[in-house]
Design a protein around this ligand. Structure first.
Ligand SMILES: Cc1cc2nc3c(=O)[nH]c(=O)nc-3n(C[C@H](O)[C@H](O)[C@H](O)COP(=O)(O)O)c2cc1C
Length: 358
């Protein structure tokens, strides 16, 4: 079942199936995105944690594997505010966890990624490389950046978690909205992590946005199979964006500890936490999230500075044989994850969608 508004929009994106593989910084790979695009969906690369040069190289790796459409995703967050007192207190708080892994906390933290808001090299690279689609997470870039990408003929998407954000996305001239429900794995795309989170689920959010904005809506959060994709289309979405469903594919960059946890009871216990990176994100329950449950939110340094500590703790844990400190992002649909080559997952999703629609 592809509605007529969905099918028009799929033509714009050059895709046959209403399936967007979510961009997943650190997890999606050129091989994953290529397998999605070669099998009728929109493959995505999450380059939010890369330099422009590395992102360009990654786009070229995709192009060596597929001439299909590509979505390149960047982070449009407010740059971190350095606060050495808060960061030192945070490291002190984390020290006992580092000690459990026979390591010491670093002595200082850094803002490990550049926000797209201030990354002129990334903008210039995207304008040159012209991927079919560019998507924004955590907010919107400046109007000049939006206009420059549009002028290059690029279709633009942005995540919204509530109606206010969706209206801003529409007003900025973005072409379509990713409606990210509270079930979703990974970082919550909310523009300001310090305002009250309305925590709308994918069902309600998709429906509310379809009714309140004129641009197309792509539903994201907890969608794991053809029945879920069909449900999103029935709610008025033009497509579904799936992240967790791709985490255990052969082409995913997820490590062995992450994969093992995804197929354990932890999949039944995903939690929203900000201690790993500095922004709320949904993760499989692990040692880090359990520790974080006792930590006040306002003690966590800004994103992505806190992530510098989170990554160091994960590396120390892994070196000591403890995989419990990873950023094990996963949505509430985690128990439905499948370990398959991406091509086979795409074929299964297409078949399930056709069967559910019959
Ligand atoms: C491992 C992982 C990494 C993610 N990284 C990004 C990212 O870099 N950029 C982005 O826009 N969304 C990212 N997301 C969120 C997805 O875009 C999407 O909202 C989410 O995966 C949908 O929920 P689901 O995981 O239940 O399918 C990530 C999600 C996961 C699971």
């Amino acid at each position: 079942m592809v509605t007529s508004s969905s099918s028009r929009w799929l033509d714009v994106l050059g895709i046959r199936l209403p399936i967007v593989q979510a961009p997943m910084a650190g997890i999606s790979s050129p091989a994953m995105a290529a397998a999605v695009s070669e099998n009728g969906g929109l493959g995505s690369l999450g380059v939010g944690a890369m330099t422009a040069a590395k992102a360009r190289e990654t786009i070229h790796q995709f192009r060596a594997l597929s001439s299909g459409p590509l979505n390149v995703n960047v982070f449009a967050h407010k740059p971190a505010h350095a606060d050495s007192k808060k960061e030192s207190a945070w490291l002190e708080r984390l020290n006992p966890e580092f000690a459990r892994t026979n390591a010491k906390a670093p002595t200082a933290l850094h803002e490990i990624y550049t926000s797209f808001l201030v990354d002129e090299d990334m903008l210039a690279m995207l304008v040159e490389e012209k991927p079919k689609v560019v998507s924004f997470h955590f907010g919107l870039p400046g109007q000049q950046q939006i206009d420059a990408l549009h002028k290059a003929g690029i279709v633009l998407l942005a995540t919204a978690t509530n109606v206010q954000e969706a209206k801003q996305v529409e007003a900025a001239g973005i072409d379509a909205i990713i409606a990210q429900g509270y079930e979703a794995g990974g970082h919550r795309g909310m523009f300001d992590p310090d305002v009250e989170d309305t925590r709308l689920g994918t069902f309600a959010l998709t429906r509310v946005l379809v009714q309140s904005v004129k641009i197309p809506v792509i539903a994201a959060g907890g969608i794991m199979d053809g029945a879920g994709i069909l449900a999103a289309l029935k709610l008025g979405a033009v497509a579904a964006q799936l992240g967790t469903a791709f985490v255990a594919t052969d082409e995913s960059l997820a490590d062995a500890g992450y994969r093992a946890r995804l197929f354990s009871d932890a999949a039944n216990h995903t939690v929203m936490t900000r201690v790993i990176s500095g922004r709320p994100a949904r993760s499989l329950a692990n040692d880090f999230t359990r520790w974080g449950a006792r930590v006040p939110n306002d003690s966590v340094p800004d994103y992505p500075t806190a992530y510098d500590a989170g990554k160091a703790l994960n590396a120390a844990g892994k070196a000591a044989g403890n995989t419990g400190y990873g950023a094990h992002w996963a949505g509430q649909g985690a128990p439905l994850a499948r370990a398959l080559p991406t091509r086979e997952l795409m074929q299964a999703l297409a078949k399930e969608l056709a069967q559910a629609s019959a």
